[in-house]
Design a protein around this ligand. Structure first.
Ligand code: E4P
Length: 218
């Protein structure tokens, strides 16, 4: 399973990259706004700065909601760097745009996915990545992990090539459950990734080993 970090914050991207386990970055307009990145030029420069940190897979989301707008914007985003993956919402024109980019060899991340039916359409259109939002599903008293399992089953049975990119991950347990459910990728906030390190018995065990070594060696 690949690990992406879900942020536009360069310090956090650097920290996750330094850990040596980072495979990509996802952003969205809310995350860009949170970092105070505004205006077309600044937004493009920021995507370039992210691309300069990570090896590949930087999702940059279009703002347009019509086919022609998405194509123009997506092509501009893709021209920033060959690490860019054009992120497109699962709406009617979005599916058409994903098909267009798929035929042109431009990678896409189909976002705002909340059902298996939507996942089938995106795969048919040739999306590279599919982003089901598990945390937002949990927020509505449904089980986001169940959706990952269902899509993983469908994609395996149908031999779809689209990779399942579990998004809206809120905690470390989500990451473990996504791995179990068959997600190809998880995109998560930095604390959820770092949370995987934590176990009190690791800390207690390490303290004991170091103390025993000190007693024996002075
Ligand atoms: C990533 O692709 C999504 O935009 C993001 O994971 C959404 O997360 P949220 O539901 O925590 O905003």
């Amino acid at each position: 399973m690949k690990f992406f970090i879900d942020t536009a914050n360069l310090d956090q991207i650097n920290e996750a990259h330094d850990l040596g386990v980072l495979d990509g970055v996802t952003t969205n307009p809310s995350l860009m706004a949170k970092e105070g990145i505004t205006g077309e030029k600044n937004i493009k420069n920021h995507y370039k700065a992210i691309c300069n940190i990570v090896g590949d897979n930087v999702s940059a989301e279009v703002i347009s909601t019509d086919f022609n707008g998405m194509i123009k914007e997506g092509e501009e985003l893709a021209s920033i760097d060959n690490k860019i993956v054009v992120k497109i919402p699962l709406i009617k024109d979005g599916i058409k745009a994903i098909k267009y980019f798929s035929e042109k060899g431009i990678r896409t991340n189909c976002t705002l996915v909340f059902s298996a039916g939507q996942a089938i359409l995106a795969a048919k259109a040739g999306a590279t990545f599919l982003s089901p939002f598990i945390g937002r599903i949990d927020d509505t008293n449904w089980d986001g992990i169940e959706l990952i399992q269902q899509i993983a089953t469908i994609y395996a049975v149908q031999n779809f090539k689209t990779e399942i990119l579990a998004a809206s991950v809120r905690n470390s347990l989500h990451i473990v459950k996504c791995a179990e459910a068959g997600a190809d990728i998880v995109t998560c906030p930095l604390p959820a990734i770092l949370g995987l390190l934590k176990h009190p018995l690791t800390d207690i065990g390490l303290a004991q080993f170091l103390s025993d070594h000190k007693k024996a060696n002075g």
